[in-house]
Ligand binder design. Structure first.
Ligand SMILES: *Cc1c(COP(=O)(O)O)cnc(C)c1O
Length: 387
């Protein structure tokens, strides 16, 4: 069985995904199981999607019920489930974000935000940051920093520049009357788990306002309780003009969205769209997911468990560790060496984790992870890093 699954995938998939030697077939909360029945504590969490945990019953039921009612309904029509989702989503967004554009992935949400910024301001340029990750489609990729992701696909979209992150002077110097938007993450995730300081986010808000540019804060990875608040911008008290979302937005069902302030102009019928945007199946999952996150007070859980997890990791005494960083349950352990062998060793010990860049070990567990599971992960991390 094991062999045939991997052989089939190896034969038929495109080849663009680096694969781990593991076949996952089932999950519950923060545990996943492989095809031989072996359990793992899941600190990959669908790459930050599964904040609510795997196989949540309310989400599963909502998907099944909506599937039996109406899966497909493009946005040229109104829809009861979509209306309910939009209102519920906006009720948890930072104050000022009064509308939402719905799509199907994080990159697509970033694309929409870039287009909306150009459309609103009539200006061409987007200022992004060094180490940024905003997705792999051509517009989002133009904002992404990593040369390895960018170089094979030149020429990218013109008008993008990158300034050092958390550097207020560099940002101020880069923004001018040709800037449509500044595009930043509230916490750089893929780029190595670097939280933006509240001063930096507030400065980005002021600098963009001074120049008549828009502020886009990418909350695709940080949104929906991950950092201990519904959205990471809440730590600094600012509201962006455009806020791309994705990953955990719909309990694991593919979906993206952009929160929009009234400062964004010219969003007239026909300027943008997507066949699947706002489809009722994803909206039903999103409604159930937000209700469950509220019922479980998931932002508080992520804050408390994240603080505990980070403290425990800080106690790990291994010379290979350079620094432990994080916000809520988005945690990075920067190593003095490459992370890949440690990820393999953790997997052998029953822990799944992610890299962030070449030398940062990243944990993105569901916020329903138990304290016992956190202890287990820390113990195994200490073991493999000491080896
Ligand atoms: C994952 C991610 C994206 C891209 O989302 P996809 O759904 O993979 O297209 C964009 N921005 C950030 C900050 C992300 O973490």
């Amino acid at each position: 069985m094991t062999h045939s699954i991997r052989e089939i995938e190896q034969r038929f998939t495109s080849g663009v995904y680096p694969k781990r030697d593991l076949t996952l077939v089932r999950g519950k909360d923060a545990t996943v199981w492989d095809d031989e029945g072996r359990a793992y504590v899941d600190c990959v969490g669908g790459q930050g999607v599964s904040t609510l945990g795997h196989a949540n019953e309310a989400v599963a039921r909502a998907i099944a019920e909506q599937a039996l009612k109406l899966i497909s309904c493009p946005e040229i029509f109104y829809n009861d489930t979509r209306a309910q989702f939009e209102a519920l989503l906006i009720s948890i967004l930072p104050a000022g974000l009064e509308r939402v554009y719905l799509c199907n992935s994080g990159a697509e949400a970033v694309e929409a935000a870039i287009k909306f910024a150009r459309l609103s301001t009539g200006r061409p340029n987007i200022v992004a940051t060094v180490r940024a990750f905003h997705g792999r489609t051509l517009g989002a990729l133009s904002a992404t920093y990593e040369p390895k992701y960018r170089e094979p696909f030149q020429p990218l979209v013109p008008g993008f520049s990158h300034v050092p992150y958390n550097n207020i002077e560099a940002l101020a110097a880069a923004v001018n009357d040709q800037t449509a938007a500044v595009l930043i993450e509230a916490v750089q995730g893929e780029g190595g788990v670097h939280p933006g300081t509240p001063e930096y986010l507030r400065a980005a808000r002021e600098i963009t306002e001074q120049h008549g540019a828009l502020l886009i804060v990418d909350e695709v990875q940080t949104g929906f309780a991950r950092t201990g608040r519904w959205f990471a911008v809440e730590h600094s008290g600012i509201a962006p003009d455009l806020m791309p979302m994705g990953k955990a937005i719909a309990g694991g069902v593919p979906m993206g969205g952009v929160g929009i302030r009234p400062t964004v102009k010219n969003l007239a019928p026909g300027v943008h769209g997507s066949t699947f945007g706002g489809n009722p199946l994803a909206c039903a999952a999103g409604i159930a997911s937000i209700h469950e996150m509220k019922r479980l007070d998931l932002p508080r859980q992520a804050a408390e468990k994240g603080a505990y997890f980070k403290e425990r990791l800080e106690e790990v005494n291994a010379p290979v560790i350079r620094e432990v960083r994080g916000a809520g349950l988005l945690i990075g352990v920067e190593l003095k060496t490459k992370v890949a062998p440690y990820l393999r060793a953790l997997q052998a010990e029953g822990v799944l984790a992610l890299p962030a860049g070449l030398n940062v070990l990243r944990f993105l567990p569901p916020a329903v992870i138990t304290y016992e599971q956190i202890d287990f992960v820390v113990e195994k991390t200490a073991k493999v890093l000491a080896a």
